[in-house]
Design a protein around this ligand. Structure first.
Ligand SMILES: [Zn+2]
Length: 249
């Protein structure tokens, strides 16, 4: 069931053409408190099947994440050691950040993609400044009150540690797990309780990025005030709308 939802979410994101091409991106989902499915290294999200995912021990990945420095060889060995379905298939090199994000409260699904519109912003010299504010209510409902922004880092162990540090600061400020992470010169990560939530937030980031690019070309983005943005995040009717959009399992 969980694996089927993960397969369907991955295919829909890939089929839209806005998020990934070739072997880009990776997705994951919790099977239970100790194990999660994650994309096999080098496989494509487009046309993903059961064979495209491997079952991984979360504790082993988190142990590796805790270490301050790990060599490339140790990462490669650690990834294979953490596989717990006996398949011997190699999980994506990004599996460490999936393990961390799937350990956060109310997070069961994660999608990491390289969306063209989002990366247009993240590959620009103004990336950090442009994504600082919120633009419209549905963006906040789907993508959260603010994204975690991560400066460029080498994918793998170092990037996973930077993501963990960024999420810890976010949780101190907001009291809950982030919905989205923007990685400079790299891409988008969306996390959520359900596959529908993750898919919706990914789509909404695609739309937000297009609007932000357009508004910037038209003289500059008119960001919502922090007060208005916070209010939308806490409004009861918006919370109800969120439930209707995403379902609440
Ligand atoms: Zn990536």
């Amino acid at each position: 069931m969980i694996l089927q939802e993960l397969i369907e979410m991955s295919n829909r994101l890939a089929e839209s053409g806005n998020f990934v091409i070739l072997g880009e991106g990776n997705t994951s989902a919790n099977l239970d408190a100790d194990r999660f499915y994650v994309k096999v290294s080098g496989t494509q999200l487009l046309g993903a099947t059961e064979e495209s995912f491997v079952l991984v021990d979360r504790g082993k990945m988190l142990e590796m994440l805790d270490r301050e420095s790990v060599s490339d060889d140790e990462v490669a060995k650690g990834l294979l050691d953490a596989v717990c379905d006996g398949s011997g298939r190699k999980p994506s090199v990004e599996t460490m950040f999936h393990a961390y994000l799937l350990s956060l409260p109310d997070v069961n699904f994660v999608a990491h993609t390289h969306p063209t519109a989002v990366n247009t912003i993240l590959c620009s010299t103004r990336a950090e400044e442009l994504v600082r504010g919120r633009l419209f209510p549905d963006e906040i409902v789907c993508c959260g009150p603010e994204p975690v922004f991560i400066h460029y880092e080498d994918p793998g162990h170092l990037l996973a540690r930077k993501i963990a540090a960024g999420c810890e600061s976010y949780m101190e400020k907001w009291g809950s797990a982030p919905r989205s992470i923007l990685m400079q010169n790299h891409g988008l990560v969306v996390l959520g309780k359900t596959a529908a939530q993750v898919e919706a937030a990914s789509q909404m980031w695609h739309k937000t990025a297009q609007i932000l690019i357009g508004a910037t070309l038209l003289g500059g983005a008119n960001y919502l005030s922090e007060e208005n943005a916070r209010r939308i995040g806490s409004r009861r009717d918006e919370k109800e709308r969120e439930k209707v959009i995403f379902g609440d399992k």
